[in-house]
Ligand binder design. Structure first.
Ligand code: B3K
Ligand code: ZN
Length: 861
């Protein structure tokens, strides 16, 4: 069989498959190096589609046999699969192939992780399992029989409901058989199989119609004590989806399996979610508050896919945001409901600005619904996911909550069982609201981050806001049309009272004015409240006004944003002309930090400042070439200035926010720990690590232990604690990932590459494990000043490892190559250093399709 040569696929070329499958029967005879897969499928022609060659995908399969209606099939191998001579009438297909899960290091298809069999089929992994129309618009009911003759596969799971199970380990070889049936038609990308020596943490959930669902989180022996939190998160998610979206679970069982070797966070396979162990396993001793929060969100996300993704799936991969944007939006709503809504919103915006804005402002910019791709795995991006979620948030803002609910009800009613498109999605909103969404649709088609410029005028008791929008050209899109941008605004009077509660302005033209009459004193606008659109707001107001908003804004997001802007302005001024940190900002921030009426988690966010990478992006946009060393120095200076300015109250802030009693990962104690640890970071600058050392010695949870260790490393006192930490946790892979990452993150910029290089020589640097690889290489790219150190050592080290990883795991390699996406921001020397590394990677013989596409796009013309 030939491999598919790199080929560009276009949305405009979509054609239906032409055949319908009702049922698929699969038998797996598991063997670590020679698994047999037997498929029995009945195909019938889709008479609405013109007759065309019958093509099945397949990649890396050892063909054993194939029959059409009982006769040897007449098949031809073509790029990416086979063409088969078939009648234009219903027929039975029966094929057998052999695959080698042990040799599958790409972690796509059927592979082995720590002695257990598992699968990852999204987006196009099923074709590595058997011949099949591996496309999301082909939906079928699957029955799966798994056979194994090994002692180490007592548990064998697939999608749907378990029908039959038999294990006879007295026989030699042992004989295990299990049969699963999934009554819901699904595309092949949602297929899953797991087999191994696993232990279940079990529970039940009674659905809104009174059906009992058996729940299980399956883990390797030794991890049982890390499942309780995930199980609670699952039950909360199931309840929330019933309460808020009216969505009930639809199988008798729901299984989650934790896997150590996984390319991403988790996967929503029908009834059998597979999780990266880092995204489901947690105990107070081993997981941080941030881990707990992320686990809760990812469990919810995968669970919510059961309706938005599985019951209603995508017609083709260009529609990926149909399921991902919506499901991210739903998991964000869930987190806002479970925890603090303002804190959740700020965290989402921080993530959007950190990951999506750079993507949308660089060579990888693409629309939320891309129009072409070579490797679809390269489009599981922040734009599709996070900007995709923002687009849904805007739609909800524009139509209102009640209409949003009506539209969603209609979506589920009209499209259950469908492989749908963005057109279908928008149509339900148009039908439910009578609104014309043709201009709004540009959010799906137009890439780039719009800028909204605001100009204020006040006369005759009327405040007039003139808004202008523009979007810079992006690859393939030189000209941009105006979009529909919902701008939430409120007005305050000079004593801080709200004189105009939040209202939504609809900006639809390039330039538009909005008048607010009847204000005898000039009101102060608070614009883009709640970050109501994923845009860059240009609103030239002075720092005095920002300080006012920091003290008084009634919108929690904009209050935080005012502080953020002050920090940003202070930093930019010290980077560009050495201005010392802004004392008005420090005063305003100090007042907020001491306001015990404010949520500690919110205050902890207030204490943060723009990342160095964000500052580099801002400087670049304003026409200044960013100097990573100067940005690093200014950031450190501002932190030092905070430590000095807040010296009087930092010990109190730290003490007041200690938590009592047994550890709880709930939002409230987690918020206190976040604030105490933020205070600890500053205190460490004043007491040379004394408080951190005490905290490290007493810590009984990972949040406290890791924060103390980081502070000790910053104070140059971390050596002993680092060794002790390693000895304590050497048998816990997830904690040792943190140990690797922390050392790189807390290294001095001139030594970041050196630290990372040295860690890659550590006996535990299992580089084929994506979590471990990311722990070191991901941390190195996150350390802005270290990664962009002028000697180029980090660029070269990353390129070395990408070159090494590519033949083993193209998907993770391609993902990690995005570290270079911002290269055009920097000076000619750094650009030349990065270009040389990009060219070196591109020149590797046999470079994967995934990495080739990424490097080519990043390198640009
Ligand atoms: N749908 C999966 C991601 C699959 C990524 C394939 N490269 C997880 C998620 O978004 O829920
Ligand atoms: Zn998803």
């Amino acid at each position: 069989m030939r491999d598919a040569a790199p080929q560009t696929i276009y949305l405009k070329d979509y054609k239906p498959f032409g055949w319908i499958i009702d049922d698929v029967h699969l038998t797996f005879r598991l063997h670590p190096t020679a698994t047999r897969v037997i498929s029995r499928i009945r195909f019938r022609p889709d008479y609405d589609v013109p007759d065309r060659p019958f093509f099945l995908h397949g990649e890396g399969l050892t063909h054993v046999s194939a029959r059409v209606d009982g006769h040897d099939a007449d098949l031809t191998e073509v790029a990416g699969g086979i063409e088969v001579n078939v009648p234009h009438a219903p027929f039975n297909w029966e094929a057998e192939v052999e695959i080698n899960p042990s040799a599958n290091t790409a972690l796509e298809g059927l592979y082995m992780s720590g002695g257990m069999y598992c699968t990852q089929c999204e987006a196009e992994g099923f074709r590595k399992i058997t011949w099949y129309p591996d496309r999301p618009d082909v939906m079928a009911r699957f029955t799966v029989r798994i056979e194994s003759d090994a002692q180490n596969t007592p548990v064998m799971l697939s999608n749907g409901n378990g029908l039959y199970y038999e294990q006879d380990s007295t026989k030699t070889p042992a004989s295990n058989v299990s049969i699963y049936q999934d009554p819901w038609p699904k595309p092949a990308y949602l297929f899953a199989l797991v087999a191994g020596n696993l232990i279940a943490h079990e529970d039940t959930f009674t659905t809104m119609s009174g059906k009992d669902v058996h729940l299980a989180i399956w883990v390797r022996p030794g991890d049982e004590h890390k499942c309780a939190f995930g199980m609670e998160a699952l039950k909360k998610s199931m309840k929330w989806d019933e309460d808020i979206y009216g969505r009930e679970y639809d199988l008798d069982e729901f299984n989650i399996v934790a896997v150590d070797d996984f390319n991403m966070g988790a996967m929503e396979n029908k009834g059998l979610n597979i999780f990266n162990s880092s995204c489901v396993l947690a105990s107070p001793e081993t997981a941080t508050d941030a881990n707990f929060e992320r686990i809760e969100a990812i469990i919810a996300h995968e669970y919510f896919h059961n309706w938005t993704g599985n019951r209603i799936t995508c017609r083709d991969w260009f529609q990926l945001c149909l399921k991902e944007g919506l499901t991210v939006f739903r998991d964000q709503q869930f987190t806002a409901d479970m925890r603090s809504a303002p804190v959740a919103r700020i965290s989402n915006v921080l993530a959007l600005r950190a990951r999506q804005f750079p993507e949308d402002q660089g060579p990888l910019s693409h629309p939320v619904r891309p129009e072409s791709f070579q490797e679809i795995n390269n489009f599981y991006t922040a734009t599709v996911y996070e900007k995709g979620a923002e687009v849904i948030g805007m739609l909800k803002t524009l139509v209102g909550d009640a209409a949003y609910s009506r539209a969603l009800d209609l979506y589920f009613e009209r499209h259950d069982g469908d492989a749908a498109t963005i057109e279908d999605w928008l149509k339900v909103f148009e039908d439910a609201t009578g609104r014309d969404l043709s201009q709004f649709k540009r959010w799906y088609a137009q890439s780039g981050t719009p800028r909204v410029h605001v100009q204020e005028a006040y006369s005759g008791e009327t405040l007039t806001l003139t808004l202008r929008q523009s979007t810079a050209p992006t690859p393939g899109q030189p000209d941009k049309a105006p979009q529909v941008i919902p701008i939430k605004i409120g007005l305050l009077n000079p004593n801080g009272d709200e004189v105009q509660p939040t209202t939504v302005l609809e900006l639809t033209k390039a330039k538009q004015s909005f008048a607010f009459p009847g204000h005898a004193t000039r009101p102060i606008p608070s614009i883009l409240r709640d970050f109501s659109a994923p845009v860059i707001l240009d609103h030239e107001i002075d720092n005095e006004r920002r300080a006012f908003l920091l003290a008084h804004d009634t919108d929690p997001f904009n209050r935080w944003e005012a502080g953020r802007m002050l920090a940003r302005n202070s930093l930019i001024a010290s980077i560009t002309d050495g201005t010392p940190p802004d004392t008005a900002y420090l005063d305003g921030l100090g007042a907020v930090l001491c306001d015990t009426g404010l949520d500690p988690a919110y205050r902890a966010l207030m204490l943060g400042q723009p990342s160095q990478s964000e500052l580099a992006g801002l400087l670049h946009q304003s026409g200044t070439v960013p100097d990573p060393a100067a940005i690093h120095a200014a950031s450190e200076d501002l932190r030092q200035a905070k430590a000095t300015a807040f010296a009087d109250f930092l010990p109190t802030l730290y003490a007041e926010n200690q938590t009592e009693g047994p550890f709880s990962p709930e939002a409230e104690p987690a918020g206190k720990r976040a604030l105490a640890n933020a205070a600890l970071g500053l205190l460490t600058r004043l007491d040379q690590g004394a408080t951190a050392a005490a905290q490290y010695a007493q810590a009984d949870n990972m949040t406290q232990q890791l924060a103390a260790l980081g502070a000790l490393l910053d104070a140059g006192q971390g050596e002993n604690a680092l060794d002790a930490f390693y000895r304590q946790w050497r048998d816990d892979r997830l904690v040792i990932d943190k140990w690797f990452g922390l050392q790189v993150l807390h290294s001095k910029p001139h030594d970041t590459a050196g630290t990372a290089r040295q860690l890659t020589g550590h006996a535990d640097f299992d580089w084929k494990n994506p979590n471990r690889f990311r722990a070191v290489m991901g941390a190195m790219q996150m350390h802005h000043a270290g990664f962009h150190h002028g000697d180029g050592a980090a660029y070269a080290l990353l390129a070395d490892w990408l070159i090494r990883l590519d033949p083993v795991n193209p998907q993770t390699t391609a993902r990690m190559s995005t570290a270079f996406q911002t290269w055009k921001r920097y000076d000619p020397q750094r650009q030349a250093l990065i270009a040389a590394q990009l060219d070196r990677i591109a020149a590797q013989p046999g470079l994967s399709r995934d990495t080739t596409e990424m490097i080519t796009r990043i390198r640009g013309a």
